[in-house]
Design a binder for this molecule. Structure first.
Ligand code: ZN
Length: 268
């Protein structure tokens, strides 16, 4: 892949956003799959997927992950499927959080440490990190190392040193969570400076910081994630119509900067 190409990820749903906040948020398997395929048509190479139950609440049900995957592939879409393992830490067991791995994603989130997360505690203790890394390695699933704060690079390092995460390392910085690293240029530079050599990185950020941090990634040679999981608005006062609308804007800006979106095959 040309170094100039950019890997765009779409995070369609997340654990916490609600349809009451933006009715365009996809929550059923059918809606999520449609959002993924539309986003892929606009240039997303990776789809980061959470599933919800019939009430729209966070779910770790294996059948729902399987259904989303089937619906995506049934439409001839070769997007890289990245299933979340974040569950709703504190609401479900660590075992349930790993259900999505059984649906055979190519990529899965590896949340590299514990933190205060808004009003909750997001628990990812060392023994869980080792266990989930082992399971991903055994199943041939690549880890997307999610970093919410600087110390998480060190936590991941301990697992990487034991040979449990295959190279090249793929990092996703999730910035601007209350309790984590701020979504600022200074913060991103510091994080990128501390990555092991040969790493690939992407950045996403919450709310109004999503677009500026994505644009920084374009300028810095990194990769970028957009989508309704992180931000429900297109611009101030205007709700996003769809995940694809956010991906299309990001792809447009990247192209203007000389960075063509990578296809899933190129990203692989
Ligand atoms: Zn997520």
């Amino acid at each position: 892949m040309s170094n100039d190409k950019i890997i765009l990820s779409v995070a369609t749903t997340g654990n916490w956003p609600a349809k009451a906040q933006n009715s365009n948020l996809p929550t059923t398997p059918e809606e999520i799959a449609r959002a993924v395929v539309e986003s892929w048509r606009e240039g997303a190479a990776v789809a980061h997927v959470h599933v919800r139950d019939d009430m729209g609440k966070v779910s770790c049900e294996l059948a729902r992950f399987q259904r989303v995957k089937e619906l995506i592939r049934a439409q001839g879409c070769d997007v890289i499927i990245n299933f979340s393992t974040s569950g709703a830490s504190g609401l479900v067991s660590e075992g349930e959080r790993m259900n999505s791995l059984s649906a055979g994603p190519e990529l899965a989130s590896f949340d590299a440490g514990s933190m205060n997360f808004n009003e909750r505690v997001f628990l990812n203790p060392p023994d869980f990190l080792e266990e989930i890394a082992r399971r991903m390695a055994a199943a041939g699933i690549k880890a997307e190392i999610e970093v919410f704060d600087h110390g998480m690079i060190e936590n991941a390092g301990a697992v990487i040193e034991r040979g449990l995460i295959k190279l090249p390392l793929w990092w996703q910085f999730v910035l601007g969570v209350k309790g984590g690293a701020p979504a600022t240029a200074r913060s991103l530079l510091h994080l990128v400076d501390n990555l092991p050599a040969g790493s690939l990185w992407s950045v996403c950020a919450l709310g109004p910081r999503q677009l500026p941090m994505n644009v920084l990634a374009i300028a810095m040679g990194g990769h970028a994630r957009t989508g309704l999981e992180d931000n429900l608005y297109y611009r101030r006062g205007e709700l996003a119509r769809s995940n694809a609308q956010l991906v299309a804007r990001l792809a447009r800006i990247a192209r203007e900067c000389g960075r063509e979106p990578a296809t899933p095959a190129e990203a692989r």
